[in-house]
Design a protein around this ligand. Structure first.
Ligand SMILES: Nc1ncnc2c1ncn2[C@@H]1O[C@H](COP(=O)(O)OP(=O)(O)OP(=O)(O)O)[C@@H](O)[C@H]1O
Length: 240
C-alpha cells in the first residue's frame, strides 16, 4: 500500500490559540481512517490544517510525497483533496444539478484523481437523481450531506476529508450516509472521517485515531478500539 497522506508532528491553531500539538497521522491508499474524539478535541482543526485553511506552525503535511504544508485550499483541491465540512457547503439557492455542474470546475488537476461524472454521481445517489431541479435548500439534512459528498466526487476527489457526516441526522439516514461512504471507498477513494459518534467510525474505518486535547492518544483497528474500554471511557466517554 502506498501512502496518500502523512501528517507529521504538526502544531496548529488559531492565532495565539494552539489547538494541535505534535499531531501525526497517516492515510494509506484506499483506506478509511477515522479520527474520533470528544467535542473540542481538535478534529475539525486537523481537517482544516490538512486542506490548507490553516497552516501548521510546526511539522509537515505531505500528500503523495509532496510537502503541502503551506498550500491553500485551492492548491490542495487541485491535488485531489476535498473537504466536506460539517456545515456541508452546498449552494442552497442553486438546484441539485447546478450544484453538481459547478463542482466540475475548480476541482482537481491531479492525474491520480478518480473522476466521477455528474451522471455517475446521480446513479450513485438515487435521492438526488429524483430531485435534480430542486434547490439545495429544499433538501433534507441527509440529502444535503449526500449532495456535498457527490460534489466532492464530481470535483475529482482522491482523498475526502469528511467532517461529522452523520451529525444531526435521523438514525435511518445515518445508515444511508454510511453506505455511501463505503461505496465511495469501493471506488478507490481514500477517506479521513471525523466522527464524534464512535460507532460510525468503528463500523466504517480500517484504522482509528483517538484525539484528545489536540494530541493523538491512541491508534489502532476498530476491533482493538472496541475491546479497549479504558480508551473508550477515558477519551471518548462512551461504552460500546
Ligand atoms: N476559529 C476559531 N478560533 C479560535 N478557536 C477556535 C476556532 N475554531 C475552533 N477553535 C477552538 O479549537 C478547539 C478545537 O476545536 P475543533 O473544532 O477542532 O474541535 P472538534 O474536535 O472538531 O470538536 P467539535 O466536535 O465540537 O467540532 C476548541 O477549543 C475550539 O474552541
Amino acid at each position: 500500500m502506498s501512502q496518500v497522506l502523512s501528517v507529521d508532528g504538526v502544531d496548529a491553531g488559531y492565532g495565539e490559540t494552539q489547538v494541535l500539538r505534535d499531531l501525526s497521522l497517516s492515510v494509506e491508499e484506499g483506506e478509511v481512517v477515522s479520527l474520533v474524539g470528544r467535542n473540542g478535541a481538535g478534529k475539525t482543526t486537523t481537517l482544516r490544517t490538512i486542506n490548507g485553511i490553516l497552516t501548521p506552525t510546526a511539522g509537515t503535511v505531505t500528500y503523495r510525497g509532496e510537502d503541502i504544508s503551506a498550500f491553500d485550499p485551492t492548491e490542495t483541491a487541485k491535488r485531489g483533496i476535498s473537504l466536506v465540512p460539517e456545515e456541508r457547503q452546498i449552494f442552497p439557492e442553486l438546484s441539485v444539478m447546478e450544484n453538481l455542474r459547478l463542482a466540475e470546475f475548480g476541482g482537481t488537476e491531479s492525474e491520480s484523481a478518480h473522476s466521477v461524472s455528474v451522471q455517475e454521481a446521480l446513479d450513485m445517489f438515487e435521492n438526488l437523481a429524483e430531485r435534480t431541479g430542486n434547490p439545495g435548500s429544499s433538501l433534507s439534512g441527509g440529502e444535503q450531506q449526500m449532495l456535498a459528498i457527490a460534489r466532492a466526487l464530481v470535483a475529482g476527489a482522491d482523498l475526502i476529508l469528511l467532517d461529522e457526516p452523520t451529525e444531526g441526522l435521523a438514525p435511518y439516514i445515518v445508515q444511508d450516509v454510511m453506505d455511501i461512504v463505503e461505496e465511495v471507498n469501493e471506488r478507490g477513494i481514500s477517506v479521513l472521517l471525523v466522527e464524534q459518534n464512535v460507532h460510525v467510525g468503528l463500523e466504517l474505518a480500517d484504522r482509528n485515531y483517538v484525539i484528545d486535547q489536540g494530541r493523538i492518544v491512541w491508534e489502532g483497528t476498530s476491533e482493538e478500539l472496541e475491546s479497549n474500554r479504558q480508551i473508550l471511557d477515558r477519551h471518548l466517554g462512551v461504552s460500546v
